[in-house]
Design a protein around this ligand. Structure first.
Ligand SMILES: [Zn+2]
Ligand SMILES: [Zn+2]
Length: 386
């Protein structure tokens, strides 16, 4: 099968290169990816996919699918195509999206024969308020059997973990007064923010070393002679599991509640961005993917990427079996993502060579899941057990 997959990938590869380059030259920020999503949709339509535009009300999101003649599992590939301010595709989402759409197109060529359905989701704004979170909330993945994407990186990595994340905003409202003439008439909202930071710093002593709490003050008063009536702080709270994140977020919120009680300021607690879940790799699925690399001669995929960042793919991994591996695009493995050097690596021969191998591996994994019932059962058993 792998040789047939390779042959199809080679046949459509010029179209994929063109898509990758077009998106590289037209970088668009999250939820503004009009040209990029259109380019993906047009290519998918060219290869016979049905496309739902503005999927679930998300303007630059889409769902493209092709249903085979025989029933069978639904395989989803997730395309990202948002860029970063200032440096364009510094995270390589031009290539990430092209790899997923490419895998969809190649698998589509086999689906009438093996059965099942292939789905490509266009998922905007991974870098900011990821659309996958909204798609999960609106049940987009309820009928999906496995979900996959592969991210460009300096070298190959196995799918690992990422941290669950809650963005919490504390808004304290006090009472303004002349800070020297009538201080007793004032309620100092800035004091509440400072106490919140101090309490969180005390809490830090007693949290798991893998957790992260970091914040800024976005509003802290207007003038030193006015008691600040409004003060706002924003935090990111991160943990390795959703369960521990919830426990920790509760403690962080109690720090702010204590500060409100102490100062007399009122407190409003909100999420200023979407919450991300931790990434749970389905190891059974991951193993099939890794084997699909191995049979193509890739040996150095063996490191696992456990990220201290957070991914919206995390939310997907809590509702269906998922993997988020990485493939190498850089000659120099010390080049970090979110740089111009990394961006420009997405146009090199090395990147294209590994993109091709990655597409073949994603497709081969999809074929295995569709044709091996026993395998899909094991994938689901593992998913249901966590
Ligand atoms: Zn990024
Ligand atoms: Zn990225």
């Amino acid at each position: 099968m792998i040789n047939r997959i390779k042959e199809i990938t080679n046949r459509v590869f010029e179209d994929l290169k063109e898509l990758n380059e077009y998106i590289y030259h037209n970088p668009e920020l999250g939820y503004e990816e009009h040209k990029s999503s259109k380019a993906h949709k047009e290519l998918l339509k060219k290869y016979g996919f049905q496309v739902e535009e503005e999927y679930l009300g998300i303007k630059t999101g889409f769902k493209a699918y092709y249903e085979g003649k025989k029933p069978g599992p639904k395989i989803a590939y997730l395309s990202e195509y948002d860029a970063l301010p200032g440096i364009g595709h510094g995270c390589g989402h031009n290539m990430l999206g092209t790899t997923s759409t490419g895998a969809g197109i190649v698998l589509k060529h086999l689906i009438d024969e093996i059965g099942g359905t292939v789905v490509v989701f266009g998922t905007p704004a991974e870098e900011t308020s990821g659309a996958k979170v909204i798609m999960v909330e609106k049940n987009a993945f309820d009928d999906i059997d496995v979900a996959m994407l592969a991210h460009p990186a300096a070298s190959y990595y196995k799918s690992g973990t990422s941290l669950a994340l809650e963005p919490i905003q504390f808004t304290f409202r006090g009472k303004a007064a002349h800070a020297a003439a009538d201080p007793e008439k004032g309620i100092n909202a800035l004091d509440a923010v400072i106490m919140t930071f101090n309490s969180i710093n005390a809490l830090r002593e007693h949290i798991l070393p893998t957790a992260r709490i970091h914040g800024v003050i976005t509003e802290g008063g207007k003038a030193a002679n006015i008691v600040p009536e409004l003060a706002v702080a924003q935090f990111y709270v991160r943990a390795t599991t959703k369960a521990y994140l919830n426990e920790l977020s509760e403690k962080v919120k109690n720090c702010a509640k204590g500060a409100a009680l102490a100062t007399g300021a009122s407190l409003e607690i909100t999420n200023y961005e979407l919450k991300y879940d931790d990434l749970v790799t389905n190891e059974t699925l991951s193993e099939v993917y890794n084997k699909s690399l191995e049979i193509q001669g890739i040996k150095d995929y063996d490191k696992t990427r456990d990220s201290f960042g957070s991914l919206d793919m995390g939310n997907v991994s809590h509702v269906c079996p998922a993997i988020h591996p990485y493939f190498g695009i850089c000659e120099d493995e010390s080049i970090p993502a979110h740089t111009k050097e990394f961006r420009d690596a997405t146009l090199t021969d090395l990147a294209y060579k590994n993109m091709k191998i990655t597409i073949n591996a994603l497709v081969n994994t999809g074929v295995q899941v569709i044709t091996d019932k026993e395998l899909l059962n094991r994938i689901k058993e593992e998913f249901n057990a966590f």
